[in-house]
Ligand binder design. Sequence first.
Ligand SMILES: [Zn+2]
Ligand SMILES: [Zn+2]
Length: 306
Amino acid sequence: MPTGTPYNGHIPPYNNIRIDSFSTPTSSGAVDYKSPDLLLLTHTHSDHVQGLASKSFGLPLHCSADARTMLLRHESLQERKKNTEPGTHGNRAYAHLESNIVTGNGKTRFTRKLLESAVEGLVKLMTRYPSHYKFFINSWTWGYEEALIGVATCFGAKIHVDRYKYDVYTSLSEPIWKEILTMDPTATRFHACERFDRCSEVDEDETEDVVYVNPNDMGLAGWHAYQQRALEEMSRGNFPSALRFGLCRHSSLPELKALVGLFRPNRVVPNTVYPNMRGADWANIPHLFRDELPPGAGDRIWEEMR
Ligand SMILES: [Zn+2]
Ligand SMILES: [Zn+2]
């Protein structure tokens, strides 16, 4: 269950629907949980798939075709390390779900306007470096794919990935992965291989002039200011050994607004609530979606979260 998920992933009063939360509810509180009739999985980050590793899980699970592929091919870090050779794979933690998963026609989108701006900014910074520099793009979890595609496309180069990432990405519906990925570490200066087991081409102990590129959820204004500072630094001949780029691994607010605007729901219940925000993220939903919610929805949401 994602951090702070209200109602253990249910949406009362529809307590037979559950989203991204598949273990037995820890406390029922005021909610009368029923055995779920509909289970939905939004994406396969580890905090959203808890409970699915149980071999006794026998219910139909609905998700996108790409989420299904990623789930069925998922391997723990330990398993990935044991099997690094192309064509091999370790134990797949969710392989037992193969006949449980129901997929729709939705396709993962890889061209999103805000993300394009983030990727353009990143590529602009990377092009300033002398051409002997190598780059390690720290795509440490799923969600930074646009950066890999953008870098490969703009530089006309391949990206080195480990056996596991190659296996998962080239199994997805987007055909570009087969063109832009390589398992040969010497074939490129752009790398997104396993961060805990980087290839020798981008290992800081073995190679100089490696730039570590880290995603950072710094917001649009922060991202613009960061780019400005980095460009000024480079214009003085200083090339930082670490770069950040402003890319969030989840949907952007405009995308969420477009989704909510399609349905104009009476209530919006957040899927994840960060405890350190003390409810501010939930409380801001009426403001953030003020143009997408029908009259009275904001009051209902505030009433519910109190
Ligand atoms: Zn996530
Ligand atoms: Zn590599």
